[in-house]
Write a protein that binds this ligand. Structure first.
Ligand code: HEM
Ligand SMILES: *[C@@H]1O[C@H](CO)[C@@H](O)[C@H](O)[C@H]1NC(C)=O
Ligand SMILES: *[C@@H]1O[C@H](CO)[C@@H](O)[C@H](O)[C@H]1NC(C)=O
Ligand SMILES: *[C@@H]1O[C@H](CO)[C@@H](O)[C@H](O)[C@H]1NC(C)=O
Length: 316
């Protein structure tokens, strides 16, 4: 019996290692004990000069993990004929790459060739949340950096037009549940969206309605004034949670009022199960924080790299 259990566990663990290295909290304790502090300082310095940095780092980590696992493929630059992820379609919203480069420089000065870019990004995303007033957590480490980044693969990211079944599929392909989907969508408490990401909800929505009828009318009207039909202002858009720059559960409160920007946000209200989670997170900051942390650790444990990159922008 015991032998069967052992065999079974071995099978489970060997299939998990398909996702890459086993991660651990104390991974750099001997090889680079001050890495986390150096990364936190780089993130802090950047935020002091630019309030948009936390949202940028959180989204960058999410994109990284959703394409080839969290392997820093999002940081690679285009080389020769290969167009990298960062130059692919949703590139308009990715920014603040310099923060990771600064953190990497600081860490390389301490312990050259030891700390992966994928770990630096996972830690920087955690710091971004914590420094914005959100929860903090211990990040399991030991990710390796990948050697491939293709712009065409950004097509596999979930789109803001997705309905609940499309979102469920996108998340379950990465081993993430409906609860992870709802909790992680709370990341939209930070940051900014360009008009193009919600334009189809506020103009010519469908044959019956010009504006998505699930949107609060005054909210839709304010978005229409920022984002007219023939919008020429490339950088126009809206803050996703305009009430605060703090990482909190306001996103879920706004969602219940019809004040979310994307169809993908709104679609969280279209199944009983996900709607119940939205209500729970809207009424309890603590329930949201707990769930968000668990889901971040789960998402950020997807891995698939091969090396510790020396420069986060190029493979070794
Ligand atoms: C559920 C599927 C998701 C969809 C469809 C989605 C879609 C989007 C879109 C369209 C934008 C705006 C891009 C722009 O116009 O500039 C955005 C921004 C953002 N997303 Fe998501 N997202 C999803 C999940 C997540 C997750 C899991 C996180 C992190 C936990 C996240 C964090 C962010 C942040 C922080 C921003 C703001 C970025 C900035 O201000 O620079 N999103 N998202
Ligand atoms: C972003 O991607 C588009 C293709 O969707 C491309 O035309 C554009 O040059 C890219 N922009 C940057 C800054 O890489
Ligand atoms: C979601 O969209 C897909 C593709 O358009 C469609 O096949 C599916 O029926 C939709 N699901 C729901 C629940 O609306
Ligand atoms: C337009 O959208 C609304 C709300 O989603 C829906 O009830 C209605 O059936 C749609 N109408 C058409 C013609 O697609």
């Amino acid at each position: 019996m015991a032998a069967i259990v052992v065999l079974f566990c071995t099978l489970i663990f060997s299939s998990l290692s398909f996702f890459g290295n086993a991660l651990s909290s104390n991974y750099y304790d001997k090889t680079c004990p001050n890495a986390e502090e150096a990364i936190t300082n780089a993130v802090k310095n950047a935020i002091n000069n630019d309030q948009t940095v936390p949202a940028a780092l959180l989204r960058m980590h999410f994109h990284d993990c959703f394409i080839r696992g969290c392997d820093a493929s999002v940081l690679l630059k285009s080389v020769g004929k290969n167009t990298a992820e960062k130059d692919g379609p949703p590139n308009i919203s990715l920014h603040a790459f310099y923060v990771i480069d600064n953190a990497k420089k600081a860490v390389e000065d301490l312990c050259p060739g030891v700390v992966s870019c994928a770990d630096i990004l996972a830690l920087a995303a955690r710091d971004a949340v914590a420094l914005s007033g959100g929860p903090t957590w211990d990040v399991p480490k030991g990710r390796l950096d990948g050697r491939v980044s293709k712009a065409t693969e950004t097509r596999s990211l979930p789109a803001p037009t997705f309905n609940i079944s499309q979102l469920q599929q996108s998340f379950s392909q990465r081993g993430l549940s409906m609860k992870d989907l709802v909790a992680l969508s709370g990341g939209h408490t930070l940051g900014f969206s360009h008009c193009s990401s919600f334009q189809s909800r506020i103009h010519n929505f469908n044959a019956t309605f010009d504006v998505d009828p699930t949107m609060h009318p005054a909210f839709a009207a304010s978005l229409k004034s920022i984002c007219p039909l023939h919008n020429k202002a490339k950088n126009a858009g809206a803050t996703m949670d305009p009430s605060t720059a703090i990482f909190d559960n306001t996103y879920f409160k706004l969602l219940l009022q019809g004040r979310s920007l994307f169809s993908s946000d709104q679609s969280l209200l279209t199944t009983t199960k996900t709607k119940a989670l939205v209500s729970k997170f809207a009424s309890s900051q603590e329930a949201f924080a707990d769930a968000f942390v668990k889901s971040m650790i789960k998402m950020s444990s997807l891995n698939g790299g091969q090396e510790v990159r020396l420069d986060c922008k190029v493979v070794n």
